[in-house]
Write a protein that binds this ligand. Structure first.
Ligand code: SF4
Length: 238
């Protein structure tokens, strides 16, 4: 289990719970709006151990000391499902009494299904990046097989683990009609969050290249999209 970072407390990332966040390196996508560029393309993504890595044992020892003080652990990245021994780590975190939240981009449906069926995750947040026709460009690829994404969506819809779909929206990649098509794809999922893009020097595609939606326009569009996707909500735009 490669661990590139640990945030010792978050009140925002695990709905209804106080949590620590564990960051894993590596990702199969290259979304230009990604805020974790170091985890996606930086030195920590090279094969083998890296001097910045934390050991799973050290992280578990930290969690042991937080028993009764924190409710859960968020696993994010990068993309945690890339780690082949993630299930073992989740089991050890659960054994300590913590709930586990997993972030996924939907690229590994078999691993997602295995974790869910083994009852090793308590909540899943899955990125659904854009309408099918715009997906490849949105994740920085020239072509993309959407079958794993669709299968991951189905794993969550058919399973019993609480989940959310979420989409970071940018002016350049998400036109109104793209979001209309995405809403039809999301359909009646119980929770779909739109998050507005935030520009930063460190974004993967470079600062100034992408722009957020006007919040009032996005709110009006969300009201329209609710007919197709009743679980829609805006996040972080109050
Ligand atoms: S936004 Fe998520 S899926 Fe996209 S490159 Fe970053 S970590 Fe990977």
């Amino acid at each position: 289990m490669r661990i590139a970072g640990l945030q010792k407390l978050t009140l925002l990332d695990f709905p209804g719970k106080t949590a620590a966040t564990v960051f894993t390196p590596g990702c199969n996508f290259r979304c230009p709006f990604c805020h974790n560029a170091d985890l996606v393309t930086g030195p920590a993504t090279r094969a083998g151990s890296h001097e910045g890595d934390l050991s799973a044992a050290d992280v578990l020892a930290f969690l042991e000391k937080r028993r009764g003080l924190l409710d859960g652990v968020c696993l994010t990245g990068g993309k945690p499902l890339i780690q082949p021994d993630l299930a073992d780590f989740c089991a050890r975190v659960r054994d300590l009494g913590f709930a586990v939240k997993l972030d996924t981009n939907g690229g590994f449906p078999d691993r997602l299904r295995a974790l869910a069926e083994a009852n090793l995750v308590d909540y899943v947040a899955m990125d659904v990046k854009n309408a099918p026709e715009r997906y490849a460009k949105t994740v920085g690829a020239s072509m993309l097989d959407l079958a794993p994404i669709e299968e991951s969506m189905e794993v969550l819809r058919a399973g019993s683990v609480p989940f959310e779909f979420r989409t970071t929206v940018t002016r350049e990649l998400h036109a109104s009609d793209d979001l209309r098509a995405l809403a039809r794809w999301i359909g009646d999922a119980s929770a779909w969050f739109l998050q507005n893009y935030r520009d930063a020097e460190s974004v993967l595609g470079g600062a100034g290249r992408l722009h957020p939606w006007n919040v009032d326009e996005l709110r009006a569009l969300a009201d329209e999209l609710r007919a197709s996707a009743p679980g829609i909500a805006l996040r972080g735009m109050d």
